[in-house]
Ligand binder design. Structure first.
Ligand code: BJ8
Length: 425
């Protein structure tokens, strides 16, 4: 990586702490990803993106800003990227997956707050996130109670927070609320960018976002075969980079990877031998560099064949219909797609269970590992239903409750080993 210290200093990062963070993440990446055997060559692109995630990509964002484009940071897959793209702005995910700055974060948040929320505070307060510092607007959303209340303090820390309200029920009123919020958000996009959203610009945004999703759908479908042609870790990485990379370049890179993976399938090349235990991951999102549980699974004689997560199929499933004569009609299409997202903050939320069952079949999974972050009530609550209902159908389920620390890695490994044995017995 080139020397980006001047750029980081310009963004106000704490250079010493940031260097430390990059060193830890770089080492983790080498241990987790580069140690894998028999990876597709197409993963080199994603390795490159990760090696430059705080370097070249940030430079690209700053170059875009210099050209007058805006950067919009988000924490949730309910924020419609289409409307960001329609004003030629750049959308980036801000969720972090590392235990960093938690002491500082706990000056604002109770200890029993999930790691995902704490890290959003820790990365800002510790001055280590160039994405937060490059964002012209940061979008929060009223989803779980933790996020909703945390944004009340986050607003004072970042100074450019916009909070989007979201429904809690999949009712007619809920849909109307989502549409009203998306229309308000469209106006906000126009206001910050100084550009008007037109039918053409919105159709273009829809096309870019749909193409990105289609590429990921294609990659996911290829994981249904045995032997699995790509590791779950690598597929998760693509799903994580989905939130940072230039969308057009990302789509082309995932499609190129799929071409190679298809050829591997024809030749019978896999990352694990035929018959290896196949696990579906389900639960809370996993932001970079949160690779602890997938790494444990794939080092316990098992492969991950799908992710029912927002960094996975919950976040990417369904497309927006690219047909409409007015901006309002197109916003309706956007609402139709996003309103299907089956996040656990909805009540009731039967579609998520159905989606997990469907994914088990589609990807030929032998069992489900439900990943719940500590103190995440929506997903912890639903984990019990998923366990009960799937076990009833004879599908083994393992519930893991953890945080971003490494302290429980040994204990999780023991439980995963026992689970894999159970699946295979
Ligand atoms: S659509 S999953 S990205 S809200 S882990 S902060 S739920 S206490 S992240 Fe999410 Fe949007 Fe839903 Fe997806 Fe709260 Fe749970 Fe923490 Fe969570």
């Amino acid at each position: 990586m080139a020397d980006y210290h001047e750029m980081w200093a310009g963004l106000g990062l704490d250079l010493k702490t940031h260097d430390m963070l990059l060193e830890i993440v770089g080492k983790g990446y080498t241990d987790v990803f580069l140690s894998q055997k028999n990876r597709p060559k197409g993963m080199e692109y994603f390795d490159f993106v990760m090696s430059e995630v705080h370097g070249l990509r940030i430079k690209e964002l700053l170059d875009a800003k210099a050209e007058g484009r805006k950067v919009v940071g988000t924490f949730c897959v309910f924020v419609p990227e289409e409307l960001v793209l329609a004003v030629d702005a750049v959308c980036v995910g801000l969720c972090a997956g590392a235990e960093f700055g938690f002491d500082e974060a706990e000056k604002y948040l109770p200890r029993n707050t999930c790691s995902l929320i704490k890290s959003a505070f820790g990365f800002k307060l510790g001055k280590v996130c160039p994405y937060i510092e490059s964002s012209d607007l940061i979008v929060g959303e009223n989803t779980c109670d933790g996020k909703k209340k945390a944004y009340e303090s986050y607003k004072d820390i970042v100074g450019n927070l916009y909070v989007m309200d979201l429904p809690q029920m999949k009712s007619t009123e809920g849909r109307a609320l989502l549409k009203a919020e998306y229309k308000k958000f469209a106006l906000k996009m126009e206001e910050i960018s100084g550009r008007k959203i037109t039918v053409e610009s919105l159709l273009k945004g829809i096309e870019i976002a749909n193409n990105k999703r289609k590429a990921i759908h294609r990659l996911s479908a290829l994981r249904s075969v045995d032997p699995t042609p790509i590791s779950g870790l690598d597929a998760l990485l693509a799903n994580q980079i989905y939130f940072y990379d230039d969308p057009i370049r990302f789509t082309a890179s995932v499609n190129a990877l799929c071409d190679e993976v298809e050829a591997r399938i024809k030749e019978g090349i896999g990352v694990a031998s035929k018959g290896t235990a196949r696990i579906l991951l389900s639960g809370c999102p996993m932001a970079v560099p949160n690779w602890k549980v997938p790494f444990i699974i794939e080092n316990s004689n098992a492969v991950i064949v799908g992710e029912e997560m927002c960094t996975g199929e919950r976040g990417t499933q369904n497309l927006v219909e690219a047909k409409g004569k007015t901006v309002d009609e197109l916003i309706d299409n956007i609402v139709d797609r996003y309103f299907k997202i089956d996040c656990a903050v909805f009540t009731p939320n039967p579609n998520r269970l159905e989606h997990v069952k469907e994914m088990v079949k589609k990807y030929n999974a032998d069992g489900v590992l439900h990943y719940g972050l500590q103190f995440c009530q929506p997903y912890q609550m639903e984990s019990k239903v998923i366990e009960r209902e799937l076990e009833k159908d004879g599908i083994p389920v393992l519930l893991i409750e953890t945080d971003y620390s490494q302290e429980d890695a040994g204990q999780i490994k023991t439980r995963v080993d026992a689970f894999v044995e159970r699946i295979k017995s």
